[in-house]
Design a protein around this ligand. Sequence first.
Ligand SMILES: [Zn+2]
Ligand SMILES: [Zn+2]
Length: 336
Amino acid sequence: MMTAALPDTMRAMVLQRPGEPLRLAHRPLPRPGPGQLLLKVEACGVCRTDLHLVDGELPDPRLPIVPGHEIVGRVVAQGTAVTGFAAGQRVGVPWLGWTCGRCRFCTGGRENLCDAARFTGYQIDGGYADYTVADARFCFPLADGAALEQAPLLCAGLIGYRALRLAGAARRVGIYGFGAAAHIVAQVLRHQQRPFYAFTRPGDSGSQDFARHLGAAWVGDAGQLPPERLDAALIFAPAGALVPAALRHVDKGGCVVCAGIHMSDIPAFPYADLWGERMIRSVANLTRQDGIDFLDLAPRVPVRTAVTAFRLEDANLALDALRRGDVQGAAVLEMS
Ligand SMILES: [Zn+2]
Ligand SMILES: [Zn+2]
């Protein structure tokens, strides 16, 4: 079922080959297959994962690919067998784009680890485009509101939330890398009255001021000693050297959670630093339940995202800004 007045073609920013800039292309409008929604994209967040994809740090992307997995759009058409969505409805599309539903991970409540999962903007064309199609089962209904500010919730928010959840009941939480995910997690922690400690690149006074503004109990360089031992550390920066550094600040029984999809190698460290039932773990992807839980929590905090808007055709500028660490909060593409 297609609604009236849809164009024949759309703009998309396309990655032909890792290591190259994205190229603006005019493509035929995709048609929603069975179970899919066709969405008019209103905004799409620019995630560090997109940078890893473009820089060739992720294995086996489907090429050419349209990146973007923090998609906020409106339903303009639906394929057959879609239930629960209405034309004009605002929805969000996250990184998890498809799972097999049959493997032991899917059937055990861990679909984020599905052996055959496909990811938006990686194996499935994503939101750096005027329109996109998405499997309705993996889309989240969103309230109306500013699309720009909702976009970062779809990955930075969801992954940040999952990372925090995996840290359990940790009270004093260190946050390494104060970007898009961190600024959302910080608001959740403050809402829950748990103190957080922000570690940034040395001398990054912009991020340090930002963290202070969001209520950090302490702010410092990644190499500095926090005033108290941490119960958990969440690492959002892709630097492996932060893992042993964070581990040294974590108290007995505490946990270091690595939230990025890619990280440089972790240097060797003495076993004594891990002793005392300290843990190091990664966070991989999200489950749909994470999305439901976080999108329910976000308005109650309420999470307010700080965004820098870029035009779709300026996606390469947005990626460059992210690479340089020049974005306070989240970079988001806004479709006109
Ligand atoms: Zn599966
Ligand atoms: Zn992401």
